[in-house]
Design a protein around this ligand. Structure first.
Ligand SMILES: [Zn+2]
Length: 233
């Protein structure tokens, strides 16, 4: 883990506090061009993808970025992860996400980050964070039904999936929570890693034994720093 702390209280209020804030000003998330960078890492389980929407852009002296500060950014993130999210609710989503949807995803993100940190540190999970994730997981309750053919879009007569929760975005929130439960309570928890590069705050699942970094960019940065140190010595 790097030295940049995303304070839980700051999270609630959409600001980032700690050393990063002192250096860059609270909530400093804009880049020079004015366009907000996207998370550098993808392809992790949904739960870590959500955690990784807070990241540092620009290496060791980079700026902390929160890619989930507006309902529109939430919809962008959901769209980017459509492949991994339940299809039916995604299709049924009408109208843009609301502030309440955003708050739900941010609350889940905070809990998942806390649990990921504890997982890597091999500490017991905090009760409050566990409660947030478990409560959200119930939103993903679904069952198969025999549909009425064409009306359900199941032309081949296959089962139709029904969801207990009517709000499609809450079903998707549930799906992210389920991903967290499966990862952090299952055997895969042994492979959860925090990127070892200084200043990096991302989490990933170690897919091969020698993976130490979230992205090749972090690995290169560390190798260059090591090389420069050796040249000076
Ligand atoms: Zn990294």
């Amino acid at each position: 883990m790097g030295q940049i702390a995303f304070h839980p209280l700051g999270e609630e209020h959409g600001i980032i506090v700690g050393e990063a804030a002192t250096r860059f000003g609270e909530g400093a998330v804009e880049t020079e061009s004015g366009t907000r960078p996207r998370p550098p890492l993808s392809g992790e389980p949904l739960a870590l993808e959500l955690v990784n929407t807070t990241f540092v852009h620009g290496g060791l002296r980079g700026v902390p970025v929160d890619a989930l500060t507006t309902p529109a950014e939430l919809d962008l993130w959901l769209e980017e992860h459509a492949e991994a999210l339940p299809r039916e609710p995604a299709r049924q989503a009408s109208g843009p996400a609301t502030a309440s949807h955003l708050a739900g995803f941010r609350r889940l993100r905070e809990a998942l980050r806390e649990l990921s940190r504890a997982c890597v540190a091999e500490e017991p999970y905090g009760e409050r964070a566990v409660a947030v994730v478990n409560r959200a997981a119930r939103l993903a309750v679904s069952w198969p039904e025999i549909g009425d053919g064409a009306a359900d879009g199941a032309a081949d007569g296959g089962p139709v999936v029904r969801w207990a929760e009517a709000d499609p975005r809450l079903v998707m929130l549930g799906a992210v929570a389920v991903s967290g439960v499966e990862l952090l309570a299952g055997p895969g928890r042994r492979d959860v890693r925090a990127c070892a590069a200084p200043g990096c705050v991302l989490y990933f699942v170690r897919t091969h034994r020698r993976r130490e970094w979230c992205t090749p960019a972090c690995g290169n940065r560390v190798r260059v720093a090591r090389h420069n140190r050796q040249r000076r010595a």
